[in-house]
Design a protein around this ligand. Sequence first.
Ligand code: ASP
Ligand code: MG
Length: 422
Amino acid sequence: MKVFKFGGASVKDAASVYNVLKVLHKHNAKDLLIVISAMGKTTNALEKLIQKYLSGSFPSEEIVDLKQFHNLIIQELFNSEKAAVYPKINQLFEELNAFLIGNKSNGYDFVYDQIIGFGELLSTTIVSEFLAEQGIKNTWLDARSYIKTDTVYRDANVDWEKTQKNILEGIQPNTINITQGFIGSDTNNFTTSLGREGSDYTAGIFAYCLNAESVTIWKDVPGVLNGDPRVFENAQLLHQISYEEAIELAFYGASVIHPKTLQPLQKKEIPLQVKSFYEPDNPGTIVCKGNGKPVQPAIPCFIVKRNLVLISLSTLDFSFMVEENIRDVFNLFHKYQMKVDLIQNSAISFSVCVDNKFNQLSALIQELKARFKVSYTTGVSLYTIRHFDPQSIDRIENGKQILLKQLTHNTVQMVTVEIKNF
Ligand code: ASP
Ligand code: MG
């Protein structure tokens, strides 16, 4: 079996959905599992809806917009007003409405996960119905019946044993299956999500459990480039990346592949292709066993993470920042769900660059201040260059103030703020 994943941009409008059909015709695959994200920017729209709902107002306009966006796509895809897709979509909106009315919880992460998956439920329903109408028989699967997780809402961890069992028992070979990226469910069958951009990971989970032959991620870019072209000029296509290198790149924040996607694939040596949805005949990028070559062509790779916080700590009594203190600091990072991106320490000070993903910075700082001298800068960027050379470092340093720099054999990292000319 092969696994295909279509991201939000690949199903952002009716023309793109037609393109999915074209890609499937070209591949003529009969033994396929297709993972689909929410259409276009639907997940962002749902995040706004959630924000409004949790701040106490009913998100009526947001629901109308969401319906309208999907309905326009449906109208372009289906000729008949009696198409089976309509009652199915209405049913999903009814479920959403029922949740919004009936929900008593104001736990942000929990509520978020009960709502956010509607984007994927809508997109997969539309694509599945459309393909069926176009003669591609397929089975729509509810990913939540297969992917079981813990209850860490918005960043759930997969229960591999249960998931593997569900997938092996529930998925028919020699069929085309369509399912949602990004969502799973906990033991009480509440919806959980795997973190933003988590649909790639879903593809990896299914591929691992199915012992798939390959995974293909269809994107609106030619493959994996050596830097995000919106940030780095003259970005070049990488033809081949080893699993280890791809894991490193994703870990440092390369946004092309979700960081957790690769581990399960590497374990079973399942190749991952990243291909252009517009030019399906082009080879794109393949992530596979590297045999000593991390990237081909061998060029520096650039990554940036923005809007991080650089925190510097020193002890109040000039004692050393050693094991015990550092352990306590890390416990606090864990408690406040800070994602640590970079660490540097000296005898009496400790600097760390964190992602304040869960908006808990003030609480963290307050608690740190009880024990340490604390200074911090928000809005910093963390640049990483893999396989750097002097020119590539110059290129990044130019026009920026470097707050911290760390160099290892393969990697240089720099925490920067833009220099502003007043
Ligand atoms: N729709 C989700 C998001 O936008 C998951 C994904 O696209 O991978 O984050
Ligand atoms: Mg997406």
